[in-house]
Design a protein around this ligand. Structure first.
Ligand code: BGC
Length: 373
C-alpha cells in the first residue's frame, strides 16, 4: 500500500496562503492542505468510467474517442458517457451514479457544473473508487482525489498578453485601445481562472489608460457567457456594439476565452459592418485555426487533448497498480474543501506566426496550416 504524502513545502505554502489569503490558489476558498489519497491498487481489466459534459467545444468530442481507445489499449473496460445539452447536470449526476453502481474503479469527470457533483463523487469514494477531475475542477467536496488539466491560469495570462500583442500589431494606431471582455460559463470553475489570469495582464493596462473597456463591463459576472454558448456571446456582443460603439467608434480588441465564442464575437462585429478587432481564443478548433491563417481571429491556445487524455490514463494505470500518482502541483487548486493534488500541462499560445511550429505534433492542424503557406 502506498500513500501520497503532501510535501512539507506544500504544507508551508498552503498554510501561508491560508494566513494571508494570498492569491495563487485557483479555486473557491482558503482551505488548508490536501487530504491524502491512499492508493491500494485494484484488479487489472476493471471498468473505468468517464463522464464528459455536453459538447461545447471540439476538445470534448475528441476526448471521448481518445478515452475509449486509450483505456481499452491500456487493458481497461471503458464506460464513456456524455451528458446531453438539454439536461446536462441531472444527466451527468445520473451517469456518475450508474458508474458507481456498475463498479467502476476510477471515475474521470469533465464536469458540466463542478459545484453540483458532491453527492455523486462522495458515493464514488464510498464505493472505494477514485475520482479524477478532468479539465474542470470539482468543487466543495473532499471526495475528489486528483485534478488533471492544462494550467488554466497560464491560459488566461497568455490570452491577455496575446490581446496586447495583437493590438500593438494590428490596431493601426497608438493606445488607447477600445476593448471588450468576455468570460466563460459561471458553472465551470475554469472560467474564473481564465479570466483572472487574463486580468492579471490587462488590469494594469486598463488602469493606466492603455485599454478602454468602452461598455464599462469589467466584472466577471458582467462578462460571463452562460453555458459557453456561441449564441449568448453573439447576443452580448450585438448589444454592446449597439449601446457603446455607435457611429465610427472602433472596437480594437476583444478578450474571448475560447474559439467557439471568438467566432461568434467576430460574426457579430462583421454583421454590424465594423472592422474585425483583435480577438483571442482557446482550443485550436479547426475553424479558428483556418480563421487565424486567414488573418481574421488573432490567436488561440494549443491544449493538445491527446496529451491530457494520456496523462489521465497514466494516472489510472498508477492507481491500478497501487503506485504513487504523478502530480506536479499541490497548492493551486483549492476546491473549497481541500487543495486538490494536480497534474498541470503547459498550454501554448498560437498565432499565425508560430502556428506551424505550435502544431508540429498535431498532424491534422499542421496540414491546415501548411495549406495556407
Ligand atoms: C475548457 C475549455 C473549453 C470550455 C468550453 C473549459 O472548461 O477548459 O477548453 O473551451 O470549457 O467547452
Amino acid at each position: 500500500m502506498k500513500k501520497i504524502i503532501v510535501t512539507a513545502t506544500a504544507l508551508v505554502a498552503a498554510s501561508a496562503f491560508a494566513l494571508t489569503g494570498c492569491s495563487g490558489e485557483r479555486g473557491g476558498g482558503d482551505t488548508g492542505a490536501g487530504t491524502e489519497t491512499e492508493t491500494t491498487g485494484f484488479e487489472a481489466g476493471s471498468t473505468i468510467g468517464v463522464a464528459l459534459p455536453d459538447k461545447t467545444s471540439e476538445n470534448w468530442v475528441l476526448a471521448g474517442q481518445l478515452f475509449t481507445d486509450g483505456l481499452e489499449e491500456a487493458g481497461f473496460k471503458a464506460d464513456v458517457q456524455y451528458a446531453p445539452a438539454s439536461n446536462t447536470v441531472a444527466e451527468q449526476q445520473n451517469q456518475i451514479q450508474a458508474m458507481v453502481t456498475g463498479g467502476a474503479k476510477v471515475i474521470i469527470i469533465g464536469a458540466k457544473d463542478g459545484k453540483q457533483l458532491a453527492t455523486q463523487v462522495q458515493a464514488a469514494k464510498d464505493s472505494g473508487a477514485y475520482v479524477i477531475a478532468y479539465d474542470r475542477l470539482i468543487e466543495n467536496t473532499e471526495a475528489v482525489d486528483y485534478y488533471v488539466a492544462f494550467d488554466n491560469f497560464k491560459v488566461g495570462q497568455l490570452q491577455g498578453q496575446a490581446l496586447l500583442d495583437g493590438l500593438a500589431e494590428r490596431a493601426g494606431h497608438e493606445a488607447p485601445y477600445n476593448i471588450e471582455l468576455f468570460s466563460g460559463s459561471p458553472d465551470d470553475a475554469n472560467s474564473a481562472v481564465f479570466f483572472d489570469g487574463a486580468m492579471e495582464v490587462l488590469q494594469p493596462k486598463i488602469e493606466d489608460g492603455t485599454l478602454n473597456v468602452v461598455s464599462g463591463q469589467t466584472e466577471i459576472a458582467q462578462t460571463a457567457t452562460e453555458g459557453w454558448l456561441a449564441e449568448n456571446a453573439q447576443n452580448r456582443m450585438d448589444t454592446i456594439l449597439t449601446g457603446s460603439y455607435g457611429g465610427d467608434t472602433a472596437l480594437d480588441g476583444v478578450l474571448s476565452p475560447n474559439d467557439t465564442l471568438a467566432r461568434a464575437i467576430i460574426t457579430s462585429v462583421q454583421q454590424a459592418g465594423k472592422t474585425v478587432p483583435v480577438v483571442t481564443g482557446q482550443d485550436s478548433e479547426v475553424e479558428s485555426v483556418k480563421s487565424i491563417m486567414e488573418g481574421i481571429q488573432y490567436s488561440t491556445i494549443n491544449k493538445d487533448t491527446a496529451l491530457l487524455v494520456e496523462q489521465a490514463i497514466k494516472m489510472v494505470g498508477q492507481l491500478q497498480k497501487g503506485e504513487d500518482v504523478d502530480v506536479n502541483d499541490t497548492e493551486s487548486y483549492d476546491n473549497g474543501k481541500k487543495i486538490v493534488d494536480s497534474y498541470l500541462l503547459e498550454p501554448l499560445i498560437v498565432t499565425k506566426e508560430n502556428a506551424a511550429e505550435a502544431y508540429a505534433n498535431v498532424p491534422s492542424l499542421l496540414e491546415i496550416v501548411k495549406s495556407y503557406q
